[in-house]
Design a protein around this ligand. Structure first.
Ligand code: DGY
Length: 320
């Protein structure tokens, strides 16, 4: 069975897959073009893409091509046109659960960095511009005892809530179309808000945990940002398209936001110019799941889907 990995993966996983299948590695680890990805559908049985590959209907094409499985390296799959895959008879699998803790850790990192102005402080030290300790230097805001509002309440949101509640005594509120199971909300003492507006008006920190895609595109725009508390902080480890970045830049310059911290952008690796010019935004290069352990676990999970497919067994993590 011929398998294509579109980017370099942790070596242990590349070795694991190469020992079992005829694997092609993308040796120079640069993004493949749409034409190369499309050609791969005729050359491989399985394609293992990542979030940096745009697999739209044009790339996927019609039924009858060689590739019959996309084993995605990652949990989010908004870069894949799922309807086109269904139409073309291509199965899709992802890697849920294994990156929950790492991504929740990064959400907390971003929250603390934004609250405590860590990026500004680091830039000042590196620029040789620090003039010494003084009582009013780079004052941020406390996290302890504040309210954290989670938009979406899946695995990563709940893991973030647990860290915020157990470690920082934060009050947890969430907005989600579906009510979370009672045992999850009870353990976190989390309150479901009836509307997004109510969550935004209540929270000192708002952390986004909804999937990307058309349903959540620009979910946080000018109107939503205007409803946030004065000096609130927005954290996004979900997908860049969920936030309107022009509106965000305005809210960071003119209020009500004190700060934002972002790991994801609508057209990665481009970062909106308006944000690059601002001090009160922390900008990370999509590092949510970026630990050795987690990326290896993600690869092994994708490999488990490839192996199940090869043996004709049910996929452990089917998306379609
Ligand atoms: C995910 O798993 O969705 C991460 O954002 C990386 O793709």
């Amino acid at each position: 069975m011929k398998v294509l990995l579109t980017r370099r993966w942790p070596k242990a996983v590349e070795d694991h897959l190469s020992a079992r299948f005829d694997v092609t590695l993308n040796k120079d680890d640069t993004p493949m073009s749409a034409a190369e990805l499309s050609a791969a559908f005729d050359a491989y049985d399985v394609i293992c893409p990542t979030v940096s590959d745009k697999l739209d209907a044009g790339v996927i094409g019609e039924a009858g091509r060689r590739a019959k499985l996309l084993a995605n390296f990652g949990v989010g799959f908004d870069h894949i046109d799922i309807a086109a895959c269904e139409k073309a008879g291509v199965k899709v699998a992802n890697t849920p659960s294994v990156l929950t803790d790492a991504t929740a850790d990064l959400a907390m990192t971003l929250m603390l960095m934004a609250a405590r102005r860590a990026g500004e402080g680091e830039r000042e030290v590196r620029a040789g511009a620090w003039t010494g300790w003084r009582p009013t230097h780079l004052l941020g805001r406390s996290v302890t005892g504040k309210t954290l509002g989670l938009v979406g309440f899946g695995r990563i949101a709940q893991a973030t809530a647990k860290r915020a509640r157990d470690g920082f005594g934060m009050t947890i509120v969430y907005f989600s179309r579906r009510a979370a199971p009672e045992e999850a909300t009870r353990a976190l003492d989390a309150k479901r808000m009836e509307t997004l507006d109510a969550l935004l008006a209540t929270s000192d920190f708002v952390s986004l945990h909804v999937p990307g895609g058309t349903e959540t595109q620009n979910m946080i725009g000018a109107a939503e940002l205007a409803r946030m508390k004065p000096d609130a902080v927005l954290i996004n480890t979900a997908r860049g398209g969920v936030v309107n970045h022009d509106a965000l830049a305005t809210a960071l310059k003119e209020g009500p936001l004190a700060a934002a911290a972002l790991d994801v952008y609508p057209q990665e690796p481009k970062v909106p110019e308006a944000l690059l010019a601002l001090e009160n935004v922390v900008l990370m290069p999509h590092l949510g799941s970026a630990t050795e352990e987690t990326r290896t676990a993600m690869g092994m999970r994708a490999a488990a889907n490839v192996e199940a497919f090869a043996s004709g067994a049910a996929l452990p993590d089917p998306v379609v």
